[in-house]
Design a protein. Structure first.
Lengths: 292, 338
């Protein structure tokens, strides 16, 4: 039981990070029908931006995190939208899917050429101790990850549900033409979601990279899990991505421990298939008429 | 009207001429190449075949399948394992295709029952699942050690052990599969696939069972992927799980879209670009994949309908210009002369 609790807690912490990436993913989908196949690399790149900050500029991890937030918002938010998405969306979603596949390769290879193919140690911004509660041992890092993610998700929810800008963004997600008729600046709202996505992936990079180490190929598995989390939770719900991410983190951890480490990745896939067969709109999603 | 028909005939003649030229190039080219070049050409033929199958799924039925690499792998392992125990390639090759066809039916049936874009997600999971099974089930697939010493088949008693004869085998089978697919799409029954591509709603209103045809397109596309795998195994002579990961499925998707999804000839050009371009870019050493990725993005920005889509657009605008020029000439002079 103690082991189960420990695995569940660390699973929740990993899941919270998956959820950050998955929420960004669903936001892009909702407002602009962008399926971002480079979402995993979007988490990988800020890690190297931060690494460049600490190593080349000699900044602290906090200062380079701040710098990485700005750079990500610029590169992964504004430039990504302007250069790729705006240009291709009028031609349907398929060219954009291919372009984001190209983008993921581009980001991976660029990082590999500039930082080398080895996994690099990454400074942790969080406490590293262990807490003992009876026989249950929980790492402070996991708790901090959970707390930070919870704060960010709650803040995002408050922003989306209780501010004028947030509600305008939701209106765009539900029906962008009607939103335009109502005088909502649709293009700017879409840009905001890209910026929010950029901030979320940078935070995910800060939290996840100390564990996985900074490696150019980190995005491959992360992107896949974020993708699955978004589907499991419900593509058209921010809350869904949160639940999906947490669930996958726990399932991943438990199936690795109790089932078989060789088939560890199978856990999330089985969840995915069961969800698609029995609740295709996702756990919290609403069935929608719109097709991809 | 006759001008339009003449234009169409001209276009068809041009296509036929281009086809004959390309075929001649494909036959003569390996004679002037070293072993590695011939190997790449054979690889092109294999990926081209797999992409032909995916083009049926994506281009005609409009469904994204991310499992083509898994079917490639299943076909490869069927041929590799069975030829090891002495079964003839000419039995295992179609068998691999059949296995993939049946798996495609089993996989597509529940996925297409729900909403159409879920096929992409189900196939993504399926590809990851197949990858894990190939890696972990050592008793069957050899696990991470793979299967080695896969023999190349005999054709009419002649060995295809050398690179060039094996390439000709690949090319021959590619042509056979292409011809079969061409016939399928031209048959009254296969025209439903084209109706599906042009306008699924109208196809449904004309009594085409959209779901059944979509499922069939996916299953046939998967089966062709299996056939490609059956050639891949003897081509590389040693297989393990690594070539059949999700990235390969994405590369095959890239081939279809770059060539032009829904154009019959798309995969041939797409495979040439996706397989051979990185090799040519190798002169730029470690930057070649970066360059390649940039080229893919630029291509999608410049011609989102793929290479053949771009060609057709250019052709159309030329025909349009010629027609309007003819109309201007035929129209009575409004000025009435000097």
């Amino acid at each position: 039981m103690a082991q189960f609790l420990q695995l569940a807690t660390s699973g929740l912490a990993t899941g919270a990070i998956y959820a950050l990436a998955a929420i960004g993913f669903t936001l892009l989908w909702q407002t602009s029908q962008t399926i971002n196949f480079a979402q995993g690399e979007f988490v990988m790149l800020p890690a190297f931006l931060m690494l460049a900050g600490t190593r080349l500029l000699g900044l602290s991890i906090y200062a380079s995190f701040a710098l990485a937030l700005v750079l990500s918002a610029l590169l992964l938010g504004w430039v990504f939208k302007r250069v790729l998405v705006d240009r291709m969306l009028p031609h349907g979603y398929m060219p954009l899917v291919i372009a984001t596949i190209g983008l993921s390769l581009f980001m991976k290879e660029s990082v590999k050429v500039s930082f080398g193919p080895e996994a690099l140690p990454f400074p942790s911004a969080l406490p590293d101790g262990l807490l003992h509660w009876g026989s249950v041992v929980v790492s402070e890092r996991d708790l901090a990850v959970l707390a930070i993610s919870a704060i960010v998700v709650v803040a995002l929810h408050v922003f989306l549900a209780h501010t004028l800008t947030g509600r305008a963004m939701q209106a765009v997600a539900q029906n962008s033409e009607a939103a335009l008729v109502l005088g909502i600046p649709v293009a700017r709202m879409v840009l905001y979601t890209f910026l929010i996505n950029a901030l979320l992936v940078t935070l995910a990079a800060l939290l996840v990279t100390p564990v996985y180490l900074a490696k150019y190929s980190n995005g491959e598995s992360l992107g896949l899990v974020a993708f699955i989390a978004a589907i499991v939770g419900g593509f058209n719900r921010v809350r869904g991505a949160l639940v999906g991410g947490l669930l996958l983190g726990v399932v991943d951890n438990l199936s690795g421990a109790y089932f078989s480490s060789a088939y560890r990745q199978l856990g999330p896939l089985i969840v995915l298939i069961v969800i698609i067969l029995f609740r295709p709109q996702g756990l919290l999603g609403q069935a929608e008429e719109r097709t991809v | 009207m006759s001008a339009a028909r003449a234009g169409l005939r001209k276009k068809r003649l041009l296509s036929l001429g281009a086809l004959a030229t390309l075929l001649a190039v494909a036959i003569v080219l390996p004679l002037g190449l070293k072993n590695y070049g011939v190997y790449l050409l054979a690889l092109w033929a294999v990926y081209c075949m797999a992409a032909l199958g995916l083009n049926l799924t994506l281009g005609y039925a409009g469904q994204i399948s991310l499992a083509q690499a898994a079917f490639l792998g299943i076909g490869a392992y069927v041929t590799a394992l069975l030829t090891k125990v002495g079964v003839s390639f000419w039995l295992t090759w179609p068998l691999g295709g059949l296995v993939c066809f049946v798996l495609g039916l089993l996989l597509g049936f529940p996925a297409l029952r729900v909403q159409h874009h879920y096929l992409a997600f189900v196939t993504l999971a399926f590809n990851a699942l197949v990858f894990l099974v190939l890696r972990n089930e050592e008793w069957l697939t050899g696990g991470v050690y793979g299967v080695e010493n896969i023999h190349r088949p005999l054709v009419l008693g002649l060995s295809t052990k050398a690179p060039v004869p094996f390439y000709y085998l690949c090319l021959g089978l590619l042509l056979a599969v292409s011809a079969a697919l061409w016939w399928l799409l031209r048959s009254p029954w296969g025209r439903a696939f084209q109706a599906l591509r042009e306008n699924p709603l109208r196809a449904a209103s004309l009594g085409v069972g959209v779901r059944n045809y979509t499922l069939l397109a996916f299953a046939i596309g998967s089966g062709i992927g299996g056939l490609a795998g059956g050639l891949y195994a003897p081509l590389v002579e040693y297989i393990d799980h690594t070539p059949f990961e999700l990235q390969t499925s994405l590369a095959l998707l890239l081939i279809v879209v770059v060539g032009g999804a829904g154009y019959f000839g798309g995969p041939y050009f797409g495979a040439a670009v996706v397989m051979l371009l990185p090799e040519w870019l190798r002169v730029s050493q470690s930057y070649y994949l970066i360059l390649y990725a940039v080229l893919v993005m630029v291509l999608m920005a410049v011609c989102p309908t793929g290479l053949l889509g771009m060609w057709e657009q250019a052709w159309r605008s030329r025909a349009l210009r010629a027609r309007s020029a003819a109309e201007v000439r035929a129209a009575p002079d409004p000025g009435g002369g000097p």
